[in-house]
Ligand binder design. Structure first.
Ligand code: GLU
Length: 448
């Protein structure tokens, strides 16, 4: 019999050689595979049926040209992606990211994580992701609209409410979803509400979807704290980023009695010891689309650290909510040294493998993204549910559904980690609980 860890090692080597240069994808796969040895010992049928090998290969990968013209009439060519990773549990589901760093390796890491995240929600959604290397920064509304229309002119043929349901991610929010939905409706002549989520409330969107990722992350961390008889009360919190995830994480931390003392964008860090003024951040970022630096023009107590590192600010709790690999091993060591007791990932894969090791060795509470930030996609699935029944729920009811889902995800991760002999290891708990759900569905369906 081949030793289980050798088997996993060889699967990982194959993933690297079949997907050269896709470093973020390799990193995401490695993190999941490292959690699976006990599972293969307990369920040899997963190995016999090559479930891991199948999960690591996307069901379908679409790459396409996106031509568009800017306001001066100049033509630009971007590259569009949609990776339909796994549909064992439901239609492919996952956001679109518009950012200049996007290439196939980023979309595949996000799509791969999405499979397990979506499984953890307990709702019927498969995993996928898409996007483009388009840079929305500094573009006018009209340029954004033309880009979205061109993007959808190719994407529409691959998606649909029973096939693949995109949503937002970095660079794609309510405005972009509106343009994408409009173009889909126009091309297909179908008012198919459930083919996109994150829609506006005026045309089939769900209450709480905008807030869901940030709120959900805070609910998850609250559950980790409760399991240790602790709470947000009186804690100083860092929230990196100042986009959609960060803004609503800040709001919920404040509601639960914590104080967010810093947030950031790609230019630097705002530190405001009396507590971040959320309304001001919202006005600057959501409404005026300005840089976080301008915060100090209105709040004299705050300071801006140009190109600063938010993780150098002492805190009790850290919520990385900006982007992948934003916490290095060194940053993690600084956080631990400064007394950080809990980390909840609002972003996808924000902690490097070295950083994760530091948190785990220090035995602080560490909630990985695929569990902690699953509230966003979970609420997308609630949006699909409302669309399918042509219904719309109240804010209070939807938020309570989200809170319950986050409580369940926490419990699943916690109990799975105990069952597999690593109590407190939320990374292994999340990976194994998500993996088992997908694997069992795949086993039932035969070799597909
Ligand atoms: N982009 C989000 C995520 O990383 C949400 C995806 C969705 O709502 O489909 O999970």
């Amino acid at each position: 019999m081949v030793n289980v860890s050798e088997k996993i090692e060889s699967i990982y080597r194959d993933v690297i050689s079949r997907n050269p240069g896709e470093n973020e994808f390799h990193q995401a796969v490695q993190e999941v595979l490292e959690s699976l040895s006990q599972v293969l010992v307990k369920y040899p049928e997963y190995a016999d049926q090559k479930i891991i090998e199948r999960i690591c290969e996307p069901e379908r990968q679409i790459i396409f040209r996106v031509p568009w013209t800017d306001d001066k009439g100049e033509i630009h060519i971007n590259r569009g992606f949609r990776v339909e990773f796994n549909s064992a549990l439901g239609p492919y589901k996952g956001g679109l990211r518009f950012h200049p760093s996007v290439y196939l390796g980023i979309i595949k890491f996000l799509g791969f994580e999405q499979i397990f995240k979506n499984a953890l929600t307990g709702l019927p959604i498969g995993g996928g992701k898409g996007g483009s290397d388009f840079d929305p920064k500094g573009r006018s509304d009209a340029e954004i609209m033309r880009f979205c229309q061109s993007f959808m002119t190719e994407l529409y043929r691959h998606i649909g409410e029973y096939t693949d349901v995109p949503a937002g991610d970095i660079g794609v929010g309510g405005r972009e979803i509106g343009y994408l939905f409009g173009q889909y409706k126009r091309i297909t002549n179908r008012y198919e509400s459930g083919m996109l989520t994150g829609k506006g409330l005026a045309y089939g969107g769900s209450q709480v979807r905008t807030e869901a990722t940030g709120y959900g992350t805070v609910f998850f961390v609250d559950e980790m704290l409760k399991a240790h008889k602790d709470s947000f009360e009186g804690k100083n919190v860092l929230v990196s980023g100042s986009g959609n995830v960060a803004i609503y994480a800040i709001e919920k931390v404040h509601e639960l009695g914590g104080k967010v003392i810093a947030c950031s964008d790609s230019n630097g860090v705002i530190v405001d010891e009396k507590g971040i003024n959320l309304q001001l951040v919202q006005q600057l970022k959501e409404i005026e689309r300005r840089r976080i630096k301008d915060y100090t023009q209105y709040e004299k107590s705050a300071r801006f650290i140009e190109k600063g590192n938010i993780w150098d600010v002492p805190c009790h709790i850290a919520l990385p909510s900006a982007t992948q690999n934003e916490i290095s091993g060194k940053d993690a060591a600084t956080l631990v040294k400064n007394g950080c007791i809990a980390v909840g990932e609002g972003a996808n894969m924000p902690t490097t493998p070295k950083g994760i090791k530091v948190f785990q060795d220090a035995k602080i509470l560490y909630g990985p993204g695929k569990a902690a930030n699953a509230g966003g996609v979970a609420t997308s699935a609630l949006e699909m549910q409302q669309n399918a029944s042509r219904d719309s729920w109240t804010f209070e009811y939807t938020e309570e559904r989200l809170r319950q889902i986050m409580i369940n995800i926490h419990r699943d991760c916690y109990e799975t980690a105990e069952e597999f002999g690593e109590p407190g290891n939320y990374v292994m708990g999340a990976n194994v609980a998500g993996f088992k759900r997908v694997a069992n569905a795949m086993l039932s369906m035969g070799l597909i």
